[in-house]
Design a binder for this molecule. Structure first.
Ligand code: SF4
Ligand code: SF4
Length: 421
């Protein structure tokens, strides 16, 4: 597709990257049928091809977008199904990320929306703030009808989040149970660590049991993915830099074999630090190439299996960030099958509607996708549902009558750890 950016605009590396992708798009529309919002809403402007046109107009004119354009952009889940479908290799994140940053910069949103997005980017990324706010939300849910409409949805979503029993103290380094063969940094995220610290605990048990020395890293407490998806570029860059700084300081004399995440939504963003930080932080590219999803890391590790879990019927939901973002859809199913689980994978792979804070900002679409996902998974008659991303786990758990657990909890159980349900 032809573009009309000025040479001055193309000096901005984000715009230059976006322009390259705009030129690569041939408007064939092959991606359209894979887009969850197009499937639900049937509007060309709620599909990738339509959004790409809107983004081009917006970026080329450098204008503040209209409310209508902002709405179509906001409805994008960043599920990246369109990236996997595109035969021309259009790297859509370069477009949607530039569009989100542009909308934030132009201050085009109504005040209530702007404040809500700012609050989400501030609270969710700070564990010390998130814990009391979740308690408040549970109280607030009781008087929800009396609150302003703008607060009702975030409070309803927050009140439904699971409450972890108590804050777990986490050591910095965990020695391998056998002679250590590898040394890894395990990223401790923000929201996951508040609502489901059991996931990091299971990951530590599995890794140390199989010869890994594990060092916990957290940077500023969040990898920046939440800010990134909200278009809050400065905060996202600050958090990315803090995480890279921490890892660099820890591995001055002895490099980690990998930087591991149990949240593919974070992993997909961490892998892209090289682009996000451009030349602002040396080593960002190298950091990104060493990020591994926990299942990706364990795929080639011989796992010591027990019998207790054998034949448990598991429905596996592939998180979009793991599938289309990190391109690691195969690892977890392969491991779970090899361990003896009776694994089923539904054919429909549409997003579950969680998508970071999408279920707060776009509750109707998120609820439709949630219902659809729950039905698809329950059709397989599972005893338990597994996935590899905290957003998917909470979104699905709120809509199904069976336990929903992280993949690593099943691997832990199958290799000598406690049953997760
Ligand atoms: S499939 Fe690729 S080239 Fe075709 S419209 Fe979608 S993004 Fe553009
Ligand atoms: S990222 Fe997902 S929701 Fe957004 S345009 Fe692509 S397929 Fe549609």
């Amino acid at each position: 597709m032809r573009t009309n950016f000025t040479p001055a605009q193309l000096e901005n590396p984000d715009l230059a990257a976006a322009e390259k992708q705009l030129r690569a798009c041939v408007h064939c529309g092959i991606c359209t049928a894979t887009c969850p919002t197009y499937v639900l809403l049937g509007d060309e402007l709620d599909g990738p091809r339509g959004r790409i046109q809107l983004i081009q107009q917006m970026l080329e004119t450098d204008a503040a977008p209209s409310a209508k354009v902002t709405q179509h952009i906001d409805r994008c889940l960043s599920c990246l199904a369109c990236v996997s479908a595109c035969p021309s290799g259009v790297d859509y994140p370069r477009l949607i990320d530039a569009a989100r940053a542009h909308i934030e910069t132009k201050g085009a949103r109504p005040t209530a929306q702007r404040l809500l997005r700012q609050a989400l980017g501030t609270i969710l990324t700070r564990r010390w703030l998130l814990r009391p706010m979740l308690q408040l939300a549970r109280l607030g849910a009781v008087v929800s009808p009396l609150l302003p409409p703008a607060l009702r949805e975030p409070i309803a979503v927050a009140a439904k989040l699971p409450q972890a029993p108590h804050a777990r103290s986490v050591s910095r380094t965990y020695a391998a149970e056998t002679k250590a063969t590898k040394r890894v940094a395990l990223h401790q995220g923000c929201v996951q660590e508040v609502i489901a610290p059991r996931i990091t605990a299971a990951a530590i048990r599995v890794l140390t049991r199989h010869g890994f020395e594990v060092t916990i890293v957290q940077g500023s407490g969040c990898c920046g993915a939440l800010n990134h998806h909200l278009g809050q570029t400065v905060a996202a860059e600050r958090r990315a830099t803090a995480l890279i700084d921490e890892v660099s300081a820890l591995e001055k004399e002895n490099a980690f074999d990998a930087i591991v995440t149990t949240t593919s939504g974070c992993g997909a963003v961490m892998r892209d630090y090289g682009f996000q930080l451009h030349a602002k932080r040396a080593g960002a590219e190298n950091f990104g190439t060493r990020v591994r999803d926990i299942a990706q890391l364990l795929r080639d590790v011989p796992l010591r299996t027990t019998q207790a879990h054998k034949k448990t019927r598991v429905a596996y939901h592939t998180a979009c960030s793991l599938n289309h973002g990190m391109k690691q859809a195969a690892a977890a199913p392969q491991i779970l099958r090899a361990l003896g689980f009776d694994l089923v994978e539904p054919r429909e792979t549409l997003c579950c509607g969680s998508a970071g804070v999408y279920n707060v900002l776009q509750p109707e679409i998120a609820a439709d996708l949630q219902t659809r996902k729950a039905a698809t998974l329950m059709q397989t008659s599972p005893q338990v549902i597994a996935s590899g991303n905290i957003g998917c786990l909470t979104q699905i758990a709120a809509a199904v009558p069976v336990p929903v657990v992280h993949t690593i909890e099943l691997i832990d159980w199958a290799t000598g750890g406690p049953s997760p349900f």
